[in-house]
Design a protein around this ligand. Structure first.
Ligand SMILES: Nc1ncnc2c1ncn2[C@@H]1O[C@H](COP(=O)(O)OP(=O)(O)OP(=O)(O)O)[C@@H](O)[C@H]1O
Length: 242
């Protein structure tokens, strides 16, 4: 499998406070890689750094390669044109606009290298949104809103889709549904980097997982290996559940 994203020795500081130190991580073509860790472990900092976003004054060093090209010093909009598309945590939809209007607002970059999703293609991915095409997003369920957010990201022709906690605030049934939609996109060839608090659900769909603790990768492996990792079992799965 070709490596699409290669993060090497990534360090991120907010002022004097170190949020990530020496992080190495990869995402292969057509791979779903999850990132897990406790609150404050550095998950959002990692995916924001990959996308070139920052919620504050972050100092980033190290290497971030996309398809062999160094992108660490490129601004977010240039990375987006190269196919790095981030859906941040929270509501990334325009609530007062309809589903259709949300999709129409996003056009793929002219020289997009990722797969282009026309609006009809997005409705193929999320059939239930077709029925709600003319509904204002404010009237949708949390799960549907998350699908709109992902649909908007697909419209930007991603090569690497980055999702920061897409299941936050969703009922368990919807968590599974949203994650299954994400898995289906990966089966279609997309590469996904997924931050997910619900580690059990993430391990059902991910190919591999990184575990972050205090800004460092303390464990990584295939979903099967991580299901047996003592830290994952004790912190997220529970001995009995296991
Ligand atoms: N803009 C900022 N300015 C200063 N410190 C920050 C900033 N953003 C994050 N941090 C700090 O960096 C560390 C990593 O935060 P981050 O949000 O990446 O963790 P996380 O694993 O995504 O946590 P959560 O699950 O709570 O979202 C934390 O100690 C946090 O307080």
């Amino acid at each position: 499998m070709n490596t699409l994203l290669r993060v090497s020795d990534l360090r991120v500081r907010y002022g004097h406070s170190v949020a990530l130190s020496g992080v190495d991580a990869q995402v292969g073509d057509g791979e779903l890689v999850a990132v897990a860790g406790a609150n404050g472990a550095g998950k959002s900092t990692l995916v924001n750094a990959v996308a070139g976003w920052s919620r504050g004054r972050a100092t980033v060093s190290g290497s971030i390669e996309l398809g062999g090209r160094e992108v660490v010093s490129l601004p977010a909009h240039r990375r987006c044109k190269l196919g790095v598309v981030l859906v941040p945590e929270g509501k990334s939809v325009f609530e007062q606009l309809t589903v259709d209007e949300n999709f129409r607002m996003v056009r793929p970059p002219r020289h997009a290298t990722g797969k282009r999703y026309e609006i009809d293609d997005v409705y193929e991915v999320f059939p239930q949104l077709r029925e709600r095409a003319h509904a204002r997003c404010a009237t949708l369920s949390g799960g549907e809103r998350q699908m709109v957010a992902i649909g908007r990201a697909l419209r930007a022709a991603p090569r690497l889709l980055i999702l920061d906690e897409p299941s936050v605030g969703l009922a368990p049934r919807l968590v599974v549904e949203v994650l299954q939609h994400i898995r289906a996109l990966v089966e279609g060839g997309l590469s996904v980097l997924l931050v997910e608090q619900n580690v059990k659900a993430a391990l059902e769909v991910a190919d591999r997982m990184y575990l972050l603790e205090q800004g460092r990768v303390v464990g990584s492996g295939s979903a099967a290996e991580m299901r047996d990792d003592d830290r994952i079992v004790s912190a997220y799965l529970g001995r009995l559940a296991h």
